[in-house]
Design a protein around this ligand. Structure first.
Ligand SMILES: [Zn+2]
Length: 176
């Protein structure tokens, strides 16, 4: 995993982005913490694998050697047409949106379990689940597509206190 330097001086500037740090940054964006604003330059231009939906820590396909480690794992696959990439910038200008659906109530405003998925489908069609509790909300897994509307909607539902990622297919856009 390569190192990305923050564009302003901060406690995380220049640190290697580990999965736990990625989740911390993601969580802090959703909770509105100042840490998010020590963001990495051109974050929306980081490459996202079109096959598995993982967002990687570089905007350069050359730097990534045109390889997605998740797709290279024997449990996944690289498509016969080869590795393909996109970015959040591309997706945001292509009409994608996230759909919130209450799993245990008629309305999302009163639901304790909310599924969030992207339309049209991105990668394998990951769904993330927002679990709302009196102790704070947990986001179970991540999706690849995020926009300000989604972040605003999640904040309106109480934000996110913690993120759980069940397996590599759901790392998705946890950097963002
Ligand atoms: Zn991949």
């Amino acid at each position: 995993m390569s190192t990305i330097k923050a564009d302003v001086s901060s406690g995380i500037a220049g640190k290697q982005i580990t999965p736990s740090l990625q989740a911390h940054i993601y969580c802090n964006r959703l909770t509105g913490s100042r840490l998010y604003y020590y963001q990495y330059p051109n974050m929306a231009d980081l490459q996202i694998c079109r096959t598995c939906g993982a967002q990687h820590s570089s905007s350069s396909i050359d730097e990534l050697k045109n390889e997605c480690p998740i797709c290279l794992d024997p449990r996944q696959y690289v498509p016969p047409t080869g590795q393909a990439w996109t970015t959040l910038s591309d997706l945001r200008s292509s009409g994608y949106k996230n759909i919130f659906h209450a799993m245990d109530a008629a309305e999302t405003s009163t639901a304790n379990l909310i599924g969030i998925r992207t339309e049209p489908q991105v990668a394998i069609g990951q769904t993330t689940y927002l679990v709302r509790t009196s102790e704070g909300n947990v986001l179970w897994d991540c999706i690849s597509y995020l926009d300000d509307e989604t972040v605003g909607a999640i904040k309106g539902l109480g934000g996110v206190k913690a993120i759980a990622i069940s397996h590599p297919h759901f790392f998705a856009a946890n950097v963002e």
